[in-house]
Design a protein around this ligand. Structure first.
Ligand SMILES: C[S@@+](CC[C@H](N)C(=O)[O-])C[C@H]1O[C@@H](n2cnc3c(N)ncnc32)[C@H](O)[C@@H]1O
Length: 290
């Protein structure tokens, strides 16, 4: 196991570790069990084969790293990076249980500026690149992990309007609380920062990629086992959670009415599988010309 903690831990990396880790752990069943329906749609079509060397950037709890390890087998390898060791602990435990711990190396690191060896066939990131402090630096660093003609695939959210599972709850919370101020502490540029096709194409070109392609993925997401679970998730994480957190005491005073309003809205999406709402992302692929 490697541990590379960056000297100059960025403000965003600190935010992930201090504020978001406990909330992600509490709602792991949604983040892993609910959101992965989404990447499942494209996983089998990824160009990853037995014996390949794969990097999984911002791997979180490590579930995709484990799937890659099962795909590349003992002749391949997976390097799974995240800036929060608390997430990687889950990955190490689950990889062992799945019998693929010899194939995966979990590395605690800030991906931006990480000294990769350019030997990997495939570099992947599911909802991780949107939080880079400097997206071009992060994307360039990911490219540096690839051999010539190696492929990078990232999945990023499209706009908030295309993602009612985040947009609707934010709108409701904003009926009661002010928007976060300019100086709000955040986890980085944010979930929708890579929604714009033209801008991301430019970022990828500057970072040195070619053969850039976008594919839209629309999928339902399970955002809570029941209305109470979904309300708790929304007030803890995402855009609604940010408004709530930043409002401090005012949010606590209005807590009951906000919960009532959210519950009324989210209950409309109740199904036998839990609260299920629509979401939309980009699968963006690009190559390292070398
Ligand atoms: C929304 S989560 C996605 C996690 C996982 N890929 C998934 O789809 O469940 C974003 C992840 O990126 C990680 N992350 C954010 N900025 C990072 C950085 N600069 N370097 C490494 N990891 C980072 C966070 O710690 C978090 O685990």
């Amino acid at each position: 196991m490697s541990t590379v903690v960056p000297d100059g831990n960025t403000e965003f990396v600190e935010f992930w570790n201090e504020i978001l880790v406990p909330k992600f752990v509490k709602y792991k069943h949604i983040l892993v069990g609910g959101l992965n329906h989404h990447s499942e749609k494209i996983f089998s079509s990824l160009n990853v084969y037995e014996g390949d060397k794969v990097v999984d950037v911002g791997c979180g709890f490590g579930d995709t790293a484990i799937l890659f390890a099962q795909r590349v087998g003992p002749t391949g390898s997976v390097m799974a990076l995240d800036c929060c060791d608390a997430f990687l602990e889950f990955g190490r435990r689950d990889a062992k249980a799945a019998g693929v711990d010899d194939i995966i190396e979990f590395v605690e690191a800030d991906v931006q500026g990480y000294p990769f060896k350019s030997v990997h066939d495939f570099c992947f990131a599911r909802f991780g690149t949107q939080f880079f402090e400097n997206p071009v630096a992060g994307l360039r660093s990911m490219r540096s992990s690839l051999r010539q003609e190696g492929e990078m695939v990232m999945i990023v959210w499209r706009t908030i309007d295309d993602n009612p599972w985040l947009g609707l709850p934010k709108g409701i919370v904003l009926d009661y609380l002010p928007p976060p101020g300019e100086d709000a502490r955040t986890c980085g540029p944010g979930p929708f920062s890579m929604a714009d096709q033209e801008m991301v194409t430019k970022q990828l070109e500057i970072a040195g990629y070619n053969d850039i392609q976008f594919e839209r993925i629309d999928a339902p997401l399970m955002v809570g086992n029941n209305p109470d679970d979904a309300v708790g998730f929304q007030l803890a994480l995402g855009p609604a959670g940010e408004v709530y957190r930043e409002a401090g005491e005012e949010a606590e005073q209005k807590h009951d009415e906000i919960v009532r309003a959210l519950k009324k809205e989210l209950s409309q999406y109740e199904t036998p599988e839990g609260i299920v709402m629509q979401s939309s992302s980009w699968k963006i692929s690009a190559k390292n010309p070398g």
